[in-house]
Ligand binder design. Structure first.
Ligand code: HEM
Ligand SMILES: [Cu+2]
Length: 496
């Protein structure tokens, strides 16, 4: 008699197996991430206070805090936007909660490693850890190695997220090309059921591909640095590693915006009652970004005269080509969505629209800096943190806050208190950013514990604005928390 065949059930971990619903998982990650942003923001305030001579910091401590703030903020923002995009797409693409857990855990471990390297070891070559600086400081060698491992973990976490996205897109749309909606241009790709990817899936497809390319480059970078750390005889070419560093560093920070675009495409329509629709223009704009975003990094090397001229010119051109189409379709698309709609003003929609403004202003300031004649005067002045804080803090982070507000549920029209919180937060934000721009125009160098005038006086004013910003932020987070509890008690989930 034939033995009964035991069929092995495929073991896919499901949310229930790990005792977490997607909602809880995302809620927990948002809480941890937003808490981290607050702490890292405090560190930002401490740096400003030190530059303004309001408090005393040893230069070594300043550079260590600068390193922690930069690396920590970028990793946390990548984590938070990834979680938001995961949440809005997880049903649609049947994304796997266990993969999200792996990815969150890897990024958090990376952050812990980097924090120990900085706070215990005093590692402080700035977040771009440009060779040979990491090997030349006064910090112990273990902190250098630990920091690199931390970066590797953050990269691995982001790669897991990208893999899961890509798998979900292919499962749902048959191929990544259809995820990018190339079927709107290429009839041969069209699906028999006529299903076309919505704009949030187009953004997710671009992020998955470019994200994996970025992490691949980042892994080569970190492994080379680790090899050199392990055995200093391992040779490193400074120009090669600088290119690789900015390929990784520029692109991963830049991708946070494209991840957020996917979230905007999904959530903004909920407030306006109109949808973003995929068309040929969206597909083409995102295809252009897909190809050109990975070529923009050379704008960080304009001062390196040994860099090949075609890379300099190519980098400048790519920066423009990569940025303009997707930014224009998203910003125009959003304005069309809002124009003459019965927009429902909730904290979420306010934050999304303010974030779009921050994206636009920061993007223009960034492109100025990436234009060679401007770069000749703005390079490594406070103009640089001015522009990237505009689109990361005043753009991407506002999208994260907007998503959180949507996530906790916002059926009630906001009262006076909520308005006051918003005003406080935005006043602090705008004032803080303006001081950065003023420093840039005055030619105050970035990344200096001790700045030439008028750096210190601008830093004094900025410290005041940072305090207002952080008060507003705490109040906003508390309001989210209270609202989450109340809505959960009433059985109301996300949305409005
Ligand atoms: C809460 C508000 C924040 C404050 C008060 C703040 C403050 C600062 C300050 C004072 C610096 C040093 C600038 C210099 O003199 O060179 C800095 C650098 C930096 N910040 Fe922020 N920041 C904030 C939010 C953010 C966010 C949300 C991000 C990213 C998502 C971010 C990413 C960075 C990066 C990458 C650097 C450069 C680090 C380096 O030079 O290695 N910051 N920030
Ligand atoms: Cu860049």
């Amino acid at each position: 008699m034939a033995k009964p065949v035991r069929v092995q059930e495929p073991v896919a971990l499901h949310a229930a197996d790990i005792g977490l619903t997607p909602r809880r998982l995302v809620g927990m990650t948002l809480s941890v991430g937003l808490g981290l942003i607050f702490v890292l923001g405090m560190i930002g305030g401490i740096m400003k206070a030190a530059q303004g001579n309001l408090i005393q910091l040893q230069p070594g401590t300043f550079y260590a805090l600068l390193t922690l703030h930069g690396a920590g903020m970028i990793s946390t923002v990548v984590l938070l936007t990834a979680v938001a995009l995961w949440y809005v797409l997880h049903d649609h693409l049947s994304l796997r909660p266990d993969m999200l857990v792996f990815s969150v855990v890897a990024i958090v471990w990376g952050l812990v490693a980097a924090t120990v390297a900085v706070l215990v070891g005093g590692f402080g070559p700035a977040w771009t850890f440009l060779y040979p600086l990491p090997f030349m400081g006064t910090w112990p060698s273990w902190s250098t190695g630990l920091f690199f491992f931390g970066v590797l973990f953050v990269g691995v976490g982001f790669a897991i997220f990208c893999f899961d996205l890509m798998a979900g897109i292919i499962r749902t749309y048959g191929s990544i090309w259809n995820g990018l909606a190339w079927d709107t241009w290429i009839p041969r790709l069209r699906r028999p059921d006529g299903k076309v990817a919505p704009p949030s899936v187009i953004a997710a497809s671009m992020v998955a591909i470019d994200g994996l390319i970025t992490v691949a480059a980042g892994s080569v970078l970190v492994v080379a640095l680790l090899a050199h750390w392990f055995s200093p005889k391992f040779p490193i070419d400074p120009l090669w590693i600088k290119n690789l560093t900015f390929f990784f560093g520029h692109t991963i920070a830049n991708l946070a915006i494209y991840v957020s675009a996917g979230v905007i495409y999904y959530i903004l329509p909920k407030y306006t009652g109109r949808a973003f629709h995929t068309n040929k223009v969206y597909a083409l704009s995102w295809a252009i970004s897909l190809f050109f975003v990975p070529w923009a990094w050379p704008h960080h090397l304009y001062m390196d005269f040994v860099q090949a001229p075609w890379l300099q010119v190519g980098g400048e051109a790519s920066t423009y080509i990569a940025t303009i189409p997707a930014t224009v379709v998203t910003i125009f698309g959003s304005l069309l969505l809002v124009y003459r709609s019965d927009m429902r003003w909730r904290p979420g929609s306010t934050l999304f629209l303010a974030g779009i403004l921050g994206w636009l202003v920061g993007g223009v300031a960034a492109m100025l800096d990436a234009t060679i004649p401007f770069n000749a005067v703005l390079h490594n002045t406070l103009w640089v943190p001015a522009h990237f804080h505009t689109y990361l803090l005043g753009g991407v982070f506002l999208f994260v806050l907007g998503f959180t507000s949507y996530f906790v549920g916002e059926r009630q029209t906001p009262g006076r208190l909520v308005k006051a919180i918003e005003w406080t937060f935005f006043t602090g934000l705008v004032g803080f950013l303006l001081m950065f721009y003023a420093g840039g125009i005055e030619g105050v160098p970035r990344r200096e514990a001790v700045q030439p005038p008028p750096g210190p006086i601008l830093a004094d004013i900025a410290t005041g604005f940072v305090a207002i910003l952080l008060v507003g932020l705490v109040a906003m987070l508390i309001e989210f928390w209270v609202r989450a509890k109340r809505n959960a008690a009433n059985g109301e989930a996300e949305g409005l």
